[in-house]
Design a protein around this ligand. Sequence first.
Ligand SMILES: [Zn+2]
Length: 405
Amino acid sequence: MFGKKKNSNLVSIGYKVAKVKLYPSEMQKSKLYLAFRDANRIYKYIVDNSITNSASIKYLRRKHLGSQFAQGLVQKFEFALKSQKGLKTANLATGKITFKRVTVLPHWSDQPIKIKKFIGSNAGKLRIQNIKGDIRFRGAKQFGKFDQLADHWKIVAVQLKQQFNPVSGKYDYYVHFVTELFLTPENYKKYENRKRLYRLWLGLDFGSSTALTFSDGTKIDYRYQHTEAIKRLSTALNRKLLTETGRKRSARFRRIKRRLQQNWIKLMNQRQNILNHIKHLLSRFNIATQDDNIHAWTKLRSLSSKLQDRALGKLKAFIKDQTESILLDSNNPTSKVCCNCGNYNSSLTLSDRTYQCSACGVSIDRDVNAAINMLKFAGIQPQLYGHVPQFLKNKLSKVPGIEII
Ligand SMILES: [Zn+2]
């Protein structure tokens, strides 16, 4: 897998990131903690002293941070300086240089992080400069996927990350491997053709009563399970804030606060999981949808929280970026036209859940009618209309929070 000779004819098809979680021993954990403390100290020094010259940070004391990591840090800072200068010459406002995330970026060419071996399908061991012994990691499955996707892949960058986990109250460590994927020219041709020939189309309506309705009649709704607890806990916390006086917070206050944080993390994870599964479904098809005005809708108060919750904007941005999709203008009357005969029904209101055609007699779910019209207005040939396969529906319905109707 590593060290395969690179054929110069290979075609790059893009980048993927493998994120693996580290399981260091207690000793290794404390070493990692100290290394990040050194990195943090350097970041803090840069921000506090508005440093503009990387020479002065090269000699800062950093006993625990490996030299290659420290050099990566200097480079990251120099890059930030350069782009800030660029902004200044372009007459754009610039502020202080800040670092939002604690990351250590080493030189990949020097390989301060080395994958030693894979154990089983998902686990492995790696080595990090300045830290004794192999460190176990999980998430090696992702490398196996790259093998299926591409004829050749190579790691082009790597990041070591420290992340606070409020559930355990400790730090977790991750390594992100940025990987470039390649195909041989012959396979690249096939890949291009496959993309063109076998990608079918789905119409998609971002409905008001169901989150997503597809032209084949599939409806996907999703809701989060931890929102009630969050509401309850924040009310409790606010009450405590009002009644408690004095500097020191009570044990009960801290307990509620921590539980609230835990529930937030769970909610965010669930939300991300749901979004990932829906994105996976969307990425299998070309999508025709409408750029209707979600902002205008959110002004209707009853719908407001529902719509924001569903992160529709994120999905829409994904459709725009990731697929060869068509985004129809909001002027297209997709919900008022009959998908069967094209008759226009001007009297249809938002509360009509069924589209009843007075011309051809068809009776169809309002959102499905709109989704089919997306395909028609986009000019897609009927033989290219796709449907969501049953196995995918089964898979999606097992995801916590997702409901297939
Ligand atoms: Zn009709």
